[in-house]
Design a protein around this ligand. Structure first.
Ligand code: GDP
Length: 473
């Protein structure tokens, strides 16, 4: 990279290092000081460009307090498999399409908006917490409210608990939709009671979490659910400034044969218009057209509105954030800079900079955190509980283990993304990670520790925790 930027041959740069007694090959990393030295010795003038100089061309716009206006809430539907997430999303969409847009063919663009008595609500169309956590792992928080679907004939199940933990880790309020209420075996009360055990206290149980009984297939309770969402949104007092350049997040993106890269973005503040020059993650483009969830071309997209963006140069990733720049040159520069950074990161990761339990502890220490976040997966619920109790006993006034999530079963991708967002270490007791999870962990640089003796597990955590207390490293 350095050779290329100096218009020199890579082999000459390698030779230069060799003369200094250093064996280097293309792709190896050098620090900025060394790079400067090399460039100077090759007779080039070096101008140091700070990240802030490049990135600073974006996001310099801020929300103006006097321009702040209410914006629609953005809702994600989560819950256990087969509890009715997809059915509920369809029911909500159909209830509204039938009433409004005559014969409108709805487009699946990854999100849609409904109008309930003049209040707009945005639904993210990918059910489940995978999309939710993938976004959070990239630092984007798109969701304001999580609707937790629990089937009344099945009650609280493992992914229900996972969803609760994901929402809690993100600080997103939950509304409980007790689904399949039409079934003879439905028992809504059991759902409410079981939720208590996971610290979700619905109103009738003396808590503040709203709950609504629905039947996604019969369409009952949908209006009530929408009302609950509006109520919750009012409490949250969601606002944005529509009178500025847009910022937001990618919900999904793909390469379309006819239209090129297509990204569905959620505008989070400001207003996006055709002609805007945007930088999206590592990509950039000039907005050629904006398409809404009805498949119609629109001239503007304001806060909380999902739209498909055409005109990008490449395909960004879900969870990437976007912002605007004034010129195409600036957008290209930022995108090239970020692509280079991403390459360097990949190389560095390849060089084996893996996070270990100990490294994590010292990182926690430097930021002054005295809680040790953990995710525990075990073969049976009983052993998981025993481990949790043993670890909680280790806690002192100064440091304690915080169990972000625990459960029986293999370590999955969902555990990895939760670990990524909550900074937790993962512990497997008599269970392994599935191949996808292993790959995800490797990519994210997250270490998974396996044990089959509780004593060893507790002892390791104890040692790591005492490391957190020691003053040096
Ligand atoms: P998901 O995996 O959470 O997205 O669940 P689906 O929406 O695919 O629903 C799983 C199954 O439950 C499907 O066969 C649905 O028809 C059924 N189902 C969903 N909601 C209801 C409901 O309110 N009542 C009844 N009786 N069945 C439902």
């Amino acid at each position: 990279d350095l050779a290329q930027r100096m218009s020199e041959r890579a082999v000459d740069v390698v030779k230069y290092f060799m003369k200094q007694g250093q064996m280097m090959k293309p792709g190896d990393l050098i620090d900025a000081d060394t790079a400067e030295l090399v460039a100077t010795d090759f007779g080039h003038t070096v101008k140091r460009v700070a990240e802030s100089d490049i990135e600073g061309a974006m996001f310099k716009v801020e929300d103006k307090p006097e321009n702040m206006e209410p914006r629609p809430p953005v809702v994600t539907i989560m819950g256990h498999v087969d509890h009715g997430k997809t059915s509920l999303l369809d029911a909500i969409r159909h209830a509204k399409v039938a009433a409004g847009e005559a014969g409108g063919i709805t487009q699946h663009i990854g999100a849609y908006q409904v109008d309930k008595d003049g209040h707009l609500i945005t639904f993210l169309d990918t059910p489940g917490h995978e999309a939710f956590t993938a976004m959070r792992a990239r630092g984007a928080q798109a969701t304001d409210i999580a609707v937790l679907v629990v089937a009344a004939d099945d009650s609280v199940m493992p992914q229900t608990i996972e969803s609760i933990n994901h929402a809690k880790a993100a600080g997103v309020p939950i509304i409980v939709a007790i689904n399949k209420i039409d079934k003879p075996s439905a028992n809504a009360q059991k759902v409410r009671t079981e939720l208590l055990r996971h610290e979700v206290f619905v109103e009738s149980m003396g808590g503040e979490v709203l709950d609504v009984e629905v039947s996604a297939t019969k369409g009952t309770g949908i209006d009530k659910l929408l009302e609950a969402i509006i109520l919750q949104a009012e409490v949250l007092d969601l606002k944005a400034d529509p009178d500025r350049t847009a910022e937001g997040v990618v919900i999904e993106a793909r390469l379309d044969k006819g239209r090129g890269p297509v990204a569905t973005v959620l505008v989070q503040t400001g207003t996006l218009i055709p002609g805007d020059i945007i930088v999206v993650g590592n990509e950039w483009g000039r907005v050629r057209a904006l398409i809404d969830d009805q498949g119609d071309s629109v001239e503007t997209a304001g806060p909380s509105m999902p739209v498909e963006v055409l005109g990008l140069q490449g395909v960004p990733r879900a969870g990437d954030t976007f912002g605007t720049t004034e010129t195409e040159a600036k957008a290209r520069e930022i995108s090239e800079y970020r692509q280079r950074l991403a390459r360097e990161k990949a190389v560095a990761k390849h060089a084996g900079q893996r996070g270990s339990l100990e490294q994590m502890m010292s990182q926690l220490q430097t930021v002054g955190v005295k809680e040790f976040p953990l995710i525990i997966k075990g073969d049976v619920q009983g052993s998981v509980e025993a481990i949790a109790i043993a670890l909680e006993k280790l806690g002192t006034d100064e440091v304690r283990a915080r169990i972000v999530h625990s459960g029986a079963g293999a370590i999955t991708e969902s555990d990895i993304s939760l670990a990524e967002t909550s900074g937790a270490a993962i512990i497997g007791f008599n269970v392994r990670a599935n191949p996808q999870a292993r790959q995800a962990a490797e990519q994210a640089g997250i270490e998974i520790r396996y044990y089959n003796v509780i004593y060893n597990l507790v002892d390791d955590v104890k040692q790591a925790m005492s490391g957190l207390l020691s003053p040096e490293r």
